[in-house]
Design a protein around this ligand. Structure first.
Ligand code: 4AD
Ligand code: MG
Length: 431
């Protein structure tokens, strides 16, 4: 027989079952002991009546510490008021391993303490809800592209050169070949894939040796990057907004329970529907000016600027056509104004900032070569990339969505560190 998990108890009402898990919580009132069992699929209140069980079981129910691993046996009862809708009229309790003095208690702990105990903190109900929502977001991302005929393509993680600028590279020695770098983005390889398969997406870990100590930055994060042959910047924005709507609306429907555990106010998320507002960088500067910010044309938008801009809208806003100086070497210039790059960033509402960055790519060999030289990038490492502009070059575009920024926004979290099981940040590499 399959092991019974708490989230399938509806099939076993009035039957006797045994469930294995961990002691999440307990309380007692005289002749009754309550144990809340968790098994990863849900929570189950198990009720031990003194008269119904042996004295040994009753005593064990009383003395066991939080997170002891146990097997409980009893009859399943429908109970509206219980979390999950069922309760166990318990008769048996078997100890698997006793947990004594579990370090995380219902009292408030500081962030550093919780981060040091991340391997245990993952067991608490909010962290479980976040991990489940993260998983659902990952699946929604894959479903969206799979259903649209994209091919998933896995780019290398060890790479010979920078993709997003040289200042944030992690490097490692690489045998007799010199140095290798942890990838900042799969994009350049996705471009090769788009020329082979038409529509591809990469989805994997990426790395930035960023010194930023903000609530939006990790040094290791996951990014999904679609890349489409023959798409221009407008097509790219169409794809990005349809994609965001799908991911957010799917998660709202499918993970309503978990969002409730996080006490997420979902009214703003409900509004993430196409079309999303599109403004140019110049229009964004107008907004900043109206809000009393003295912003120099040509600078990149900072986190605080993004918040002011996105606060003007109740949906994510797309900002396009940034000064090419602040953007990556591979972005195509706007034919109407070569000072601008055909770039787009999508800024999430509620102060969550940039969740998507993308662009139309430079598809002309000579222009791309001069960009590589202007950025002092090693030409040898980019010969293969230049080849894509030599043999059947076509207009093409794509974007990258940061998974953890998206989880943070959808879950309504204060900090990105809770969106990934074991976060890597400038001051943390353990556990
Ligand atoms: O804007 P970025 O740097 O764009 C690229 O890497 C392009 N190659 C994408 C493409 O066009 N294929 O990064 C894309 C997204 C950002 O919008 C943000 O959501 C996330 O990746 N991101 C980070 N997330 C967490 N921590 C960091 N340090 C991040 N840096 C970028
Ligand atoms: Mg960006």
């Amino acid at each position: 027989m399959d092991k019974i998990s708490i989230n399938t108890l509806g099939k076993y009402v009035s039957e006797e079952v045994t469930i294995k898990g961990w002691l999440y919580n307990k309380r007692s009132s005289g002749k009754i002991k309550f144990i809340v069992l968790r098994d990863g699929s849900g929570y189950l209140q198990c009720v031990y009546f003194k008269g119904n069980v042996t004295p040994e079981v009753f005593e064990l129910a009383d003395k066991l510490g939080l997170e002891s691993s146990i097997a409980v046996t009893g009859k399943v009862k429908a109970e509206q008021r219980a979390p999950g809708g069922f309760e166990l009229d318990a008769t048996g309790l078997e100890l698997i391993q006793e947990s004594v003095d579990y370090p995380i208690t219902p009292k408030e702990h500081g962030t550093e303490f919780l981060m040091d105990h991340r391997h245990l903190w993952l067991r608490s109900s909010k962290q479980v809800a976040i991990l489940k929502i993260r998983h659902r977001i990952v699946k929604a991302i894959r479903d969206f592209f799979d259903n649209k005929g994209f091919t998933l393509m896995d780019p290398p993680i060890l790479t010979p050169a920078a993709c997003e600028g040289t200042s944030t590279l992690f490097e490692t020695p690489y045998f007799d070949l010199g140095k290798a770098y942890l990838t900042q983005s799969g994009q350049l390889y996705a471009e090769a894939g788009a020329m082979a398969l038409g529509k591809v997406y990469t989805f994997g870990p990426t790395f930035r040796a960023e010194k930023s100590k903000t609530r939006r930055h990790l040094t290791e994060f996951w990014m999904v990057e679609p890349e489409v042959a023959f798409n221009d910047l407008n097509d790219n924005m169409d794809l990005a907004e349809e994609f965001l709507e799908y991911v957010v609306q799917t998660v709202l429907i499918d993970k309503a329970e978990e969002l409730k555990v996080l006490e997420r106010d979902t009214t703003k998320l409900q509004k993430v529907k196409c079309p999303l507002p599109r403004i140019s960088y110049d229009e964004a500067l107008e907004i900043l000016k109206k809000n009393g910010i003295d912003f120099k044309w040509g600078d990149d938008l900072g986190g605080a600027d993004e918040t002011i801009i996105s606060n003007q809208y109740d949906k994510p806003v797309m900002v396009h056509r940034y000064p090419s100086e602040v953007k990556a070497f591979y972005m195509k210039r706007d034919p109407e104004n070569p000072k601008l790059a055909l770039a787009v960033d999508v800024l999430a509402p509620e102060g969550y900032g940039e969740v998507i960055g993308g662009s139309q790519r430079e598809d002309n060999y000579d222009l791309l070569l001069s960009r590589i030289e202007e950025h002092n990038l090693p030409r040898e490492a980019f010969e293969w990339y230049l080849d894509l502009r030599k043999y059947g070059s076509v207009p093409h575009s794509g974007f990258g969505l940061g998974l953890e920024r998206t989880v943070s926004w959808i879950c309504g979290l204060d900090h990105i560190r809770e969106t990934i099981p074991f976060p890597r940040m400038i001051y943390r590499i353990t556990p």
